[in-house]
Design a protein. Structure first.
Ligand code: DGL
Length: 268
């Protein structure tokens, strides 16, 4: 038993889609969530810079005495997961490998699509992760940066968004994929819209759900689950001042967050 919290971080509110699944998979666990809203979005940034931010945040969470860290951001996972695991003496879970594993297990045609940020696509990490499991699977990627902007503005449906989604998804339809990985924390919010642009029979996979399963598995394997009788704590931090964290977090988490603590981290 270990009642210390789990640390979860993202570039902003997007990681709350992962947190939502974590809470549903392991409801007794206390959580410290960190959203780097001051530097959002990570997707268009250089991966080396994102890696640097991820190190600073992981240092901060380690100092909060967390027992496990979830890199709840695809771009950060692509930029830093392996280096973080080498550097920090604590279990660390990313979002790419769990999604890749499920995709590899579900494709019949051996053709998997990924829709993600520019950074994640540039890293080719989903492709490497899928091919590590089965080298015969072809992976086709599309960067969809504008979708993140739409969702952040609260545009979650409508004809403009649908047109944009279909433009992004169409090349993947052409490749005749049968599994599509939502490789960005924001995309589960518009999963219905994405599905409606996919050819019939394409299975859409959310990394968030798969990551939460991994978290439960890692807690069990390391014997660091919390006691069931404890009321779990939830603490939220963000770095931005003028962000709309409290306003839009409900869309991502599904429940309201009452307080977000502002924190200044020296990131450079
Ligand atoms: N959280 C990011 C990801 O999953 C998306 C938002 C951003 O670009 O920072 O890659």
């Amino acid at each position: 038993m270990d009642n210390r919290p789990i640390g979860v971080f993202d570039s902003g509110v997007g990681g709350l889609t992962v947190l939502r699944e974590i809470i549903s998979a392991v409801p007794n666990e206390s959580i410290i969530y960190f959203g780097d809203t001051a530097r959002f979005p990570y997707g268009p940034r250089d991966l080396a810079e994102v890696r640097h931010f991820a190190f600073k945040i992981t240092e901060f969470l380690s100092n909060c005495e967390v027992k496990l860290i979830v890199v709840a951001c695809n771009t950060s996972t692509a930029a830093s997961l392996e280096d973080l695991k080498r550097e920090f003496d604590i279990p660390i879970v990313g979002v790419i490998e769990p999604g890749a594993r499920t995709a590899a297990g579900n494709t019949i045609k051996n053709k998997v699509g990924v829709i993600a940020t520019k950074g994640t696509v540039a890293s080719r990490d989903y492709e490497f992760a899928v091919k590590k499991i089965n080298p015969d699977i072809d992976v086709y990627q599309v960067a969809a940066p504008l979708l993140v902007e739409y969702i952040e503005r609260g545009v979650l449906d409508g004809s403009d968004l649908k047109k944009l989604i279909c433009e992004y998804v169409e090349p993947l339809n052409q490749y005749d994929i049968d599994v599509l990985i939502l490789g960005c924390t924001h995309f589960p919010i518009i999963e219905g819209g994405i599905k409606s642009c996919c050819n019939e029979g394409i299975k859409v996979i959310s990394s968030a759900v798969e990551t939460a399963r991994d978290v439960r598995q890692v807690l069990g394997a390391n014997q660091i689950k919390s006691e069931k009788s404890l009321k779990p704590g939830r603490i939220f931090y963000e770095t931005g001042n003028a962000s709309k964290f409290l306003e839009i977090s409900k869309i991502f988490l599904g429940t309201e967050i009452k307080e977000v603590k502002k924190i200044k981290l020296n990131m450079y």
